[in-house]
Design a protein around this ligand. Structure first.
Ligand SMILES: NC(=O)c1ccc[n+]([C@@H]2O[C@H](COP(=O)([O-])OP(=O)(O)OC[C@H]3O[C@@H](n4cnc5c(N)ncnc54)[C@H](O)[C@@H]3O)[C@@H](O)[C@H]2O)c1
Length: 473
């Protein structure tokens, strides 16, 4: 759907009018395009005491070919960073020409063990934030608080969340701010995640805290297989439900662009749209109602011969009414399609080993499932249930190296949100740090990162794709 306000205030006349009336001006977000460089520009690096993730940052900087500069006050850790081959210059905030010059700010806070050591965060971002360009990226790296050795360290690491979320709200101009907690021993598993958060692929993901776990020695399929960064899903098969239109069609298209063979599922009445969408990607169309009792066995039979590596549970419906007015059928169909059908399909694919070891399951939840919503008891129940599935199943699937995660979209411009009454729609669109709705491709790119072979350390997590919505934050 079209956001006419965003288009208007980004036209020359609209921009002048918005300025003179003091109206908010949402930024046109920079999104990934295959014909444009994904990374580039200067990246400023900062760190607290004894940063443990400089090796991981050196690998990243070398592999994406950006130029890194150390913050002028970086002091003690600069020689250490130099040894990791990170430094090519020093960033001087006093330089008046530095405004808007930086593409990203990376801060390694992994060595901070006490609240009294948090000051370098202030020093670094105080000096650099104004030099970060439009649609720039902020990534703070830390250690998962729950794995810290002492209460003081846990406290200081947990504090990073409030800091990063606040930066996301202050930065505006299409800038995102995210926190990556890297477990000890998982340093070699961060690259796919850092690339995602640095890339324009994460245009509408901000204010998130993501955890990366170390590989377990007893797990089959847990080692990261070899892959090509340009086609990371080559040779993999991905099932996407609700693939005929909206977010599902975009997920199918992004996974196919990353090299996967996509099997799209949608209801028989959407067959024409599904066929058209799968033809474009040389995918396979399966016209099934996922909630039908025979669907799990039918889907398992259709996939059995070649198996599958990625399952995306995207199909979903709304039947909104306040609970007193909600019919039993409206309650039942939403719970069944949005939640119970996913459980039945996964059971069938897992029991028969059709979902291979090292596989990926990704559910589509919603910020309604986090915050609740008036008139959506059925929908919010189903979407909170998706979160429960992810959290409860992740430990069980670990032994097979299968990860399970969910995305929780906020307001995304689709036919589903076009049905919302105008005033509520406009509020949903603007009440986030980007002052605009997201696009289906924003959800699709986030799912592609979770499906990535390099995301083996990311499991049991809920990642909001909501432009840092105020709802449920
Ligand atoms: N659009 C948003 O702002 C938003 C926000 C949060 C979450 N979501 C979730 O994202 C997912 C996709 O939403 P969308 O906006 O693209 O919706 P949409 O209505 O445009 O598309 C949903 C697709 O699912 C299919 N589907 C519905 N019931 C099915 C069934 N029983 N079997 C097979 N296919 C079925 C539909 O035919 C349709 O093609 C949903 O799970 C939705 O709850 C959307």
């Amino acid at each position: 759907m079209n956001d006419s306000y965003l288009n208007f205030v980004n036209s020359p006349f609209g921009a002048r009018l918005a300025r003179s009336l003091g109206l908010p001006k949402p930024e046109v977000l920079r999104r990934y395009r295959a014909d444009q460089p994904e990374f580039g520009g200067l990246v400023a690096l900062g760190a607290g005491r004894e940063p443990h993730l400089l090796d991981a940052l050196a690998t990243l900087v070398a592999s994406i070919g950006v130029t890194s500069v150390a913050h002028a006050s970086a002091g003690l850790w600069v020689p250490l960073a130099n040894r990791h081959g990170l430094m090519t210059g020093r960033f001087e905030p006093a330089d008046p020409g530095s405004q808007g010059k930086l593409a990203a700010l990376l801060f390694d806070a992994s060595g901070i063990e006490d609240s009294t050591q948090l000051e370098p965060l202030h020093g670094f971002f105080h000096d650099t934030l104004r030099s970060l360009g439009k649609c720039g990226r902020i990534i703070v790296l830390g250690r998962p608080p729950e794995s810290c050795a002492t209460p003081r360290q846990w406290t200081a690491q947990r504090a990073l969340e409030g800091f990063t979320r606040s930066l996301g709200k202050e930065a505006r101009r299409g800038i995102t701010a995210n926190l990556v907690y890297v477990e000890q021993g998982a340093e070699n598993r961060v690259e796919a995640t850092l690339r995602f958060f640095l890339s324009p692929r994460s245009a509408y993901v901000s204010g998130q805290a993501v955890r990366i776990a170390a590989a377990s020695s007893t797990t089959s399929g847990d080692a990261t297989p070899a892959f090509d960064w340009r086609q990371p899903l080559a040779g993999r098969r991905a099932v996407v439900t609700g693939a005929a239109r909206g977010i599902g069609a975009s997920i199918a298209s992004v996974l196919a662009a990353e090299g996967a063979h996509v099997i799209g599922i949608d209801i028989p009445t959407a067959r024409d749209a599904l066929d058209a969408s799968m033809r474009q990607l040389t995918g396979t169309a399966l016209a099934f109602d996922i909630a039908a009792p025979e669907a799990p066995a039918q889907i398992a039979a259709a996939l059995d011969e070649q198996g599958v590596d990625i399952v995306v549970h995207n199909a979903g419906i709304t039947k909104d009414k306040t609970i007193a007015k909600m019919t039993d059928a409206a309650w039942q169909s939403v719970i069944d399609i949005n939640l119970s059908a996913q459980e039945r399909i996964d059971d069938a694919l897992l029991a028969a080993g059709i979902l291979r070891d090292g596989g990926r399951i990704i559910g589509v939840s919603s910020i309604s499932g986090i915050a609740g919503n008036l008139g959506q008891t059925n929908y919010a129940t189903s979407k909170a249930g998706v979160i429960g599935r992810v959290q409860s199943m992740a430990p069980h699937l670990r032994a097979r190296g299968i990860t399970i995660n969910a995305v929780a979209p906020g307001f995304i411009e689709t036919q589903m949100t076009a049905k919302i009454p105008l005033a509520i729609r406009e509020a949903g669109r603007r009440m986030n740090s980007m002052s605009q709705g997201g696009q289906p491709v924003d959800v699709a790119q986030t799912i592609a990162w979770l499906a990535h072979p390099g995301s083996a350390g990311v499991s049991g997590q809920i990642v909001r794709v909501c432009g840092q919505s105020l709802i449920g934050a």
